[in-house]
Design a protein around this ligand. Sequence first.
Ligand SMILES: N[C@@H](CCC(=O)N[C@@H](CS)C(=O)NCC(=O)O)C(=O)O
Length: 291
Amino acid sequence: MTDTPEYTPPKVWVWNKPSGGRFANINRPIAGTMHEKELPVGRHPLQLYSLGTPNGVKVTIMLEELLALGHKGAEYDAWLIKIGDGDQFSSGFVAVNPNSKIPALLDRSGPTPIRVFETGAILVHLAEKFGAFLPTEAAARAECLSWLFWQMGSTPYVGGGFGHFYAYAPIKIEYAIDRFAMETKRLLDVLDRRLGESKYVAGPDYTIADIAIFPWYGGLTKFDQYGATEFLAVHEYKNVQRWADMLLERPAVRRGRMVNRLSGEPSGQLHERHDASDFDTKTQDKLAAAS
Ligand SMILES: N[C@@H](CCC(=O)N[C@@H](CS)C(=O)NCC(=O)O)C(=O)O
């Protein structure tokens, strides 16, 4: 085991110094509004305030899938929330999500706007609203919701645990990396075994469980999330690879991954989406060529 500095916790923890590491500037022990600013509102029924992270991408994939099915009521404006700049602490954003995390959805299709936060709640809200990607038969619905909530419960160990200590923490702590690499590999194995017996996560059909799980576990296996492809030996998870490749064939998945994205190839970054045509005209490469 490597040596890490000795630390004896004080009797009462106090916030007296930045914690260090990536994202330390936005971590704080208090909730609520940090500055006054309203959110913009566009012309579509659904207003999404987000960023192209794995959590944000779940919702843009869902919306693109609904539009691909012909649900015009799923038209949306996707506004960029730069969490590195603290946009999630504005009065407008906190009113839509008191937890100050992207993504947050404002459903303005009815007489009174409905706010929805937490991706699990957003995916269920949209699935029930449009009657899509959530089976109605009891056993199939239970299987889908079980895997959906498996993602919600398990991913903090992958992102906040493994990703944080492997890629973002200011020091490498062997104990923490071991602890969360073990859990991340166990979770990949859970998913791999499931996908060895089932075409999609919840059964024979594509559902919101796949939409929620893909950006995280597909990210680890296909997109070198946290630079950990080799470290986690992701090639071992053959069924996850097969499933992720299959999802990547879907045009709606490819479009959803582009929305609110601030990194990667300019042609894959659509910072804001207000119209279906934006994918053809407003990606960063197109905007650069036009200016
Ligand atoms: N459980 C939440 C997680 C959302 C979340 O962690 N969002 C991150 C980006 S991926 C965020 O907004 N972080 C900003 C912050 O922590 O201040 C969900 O599923 O919606």
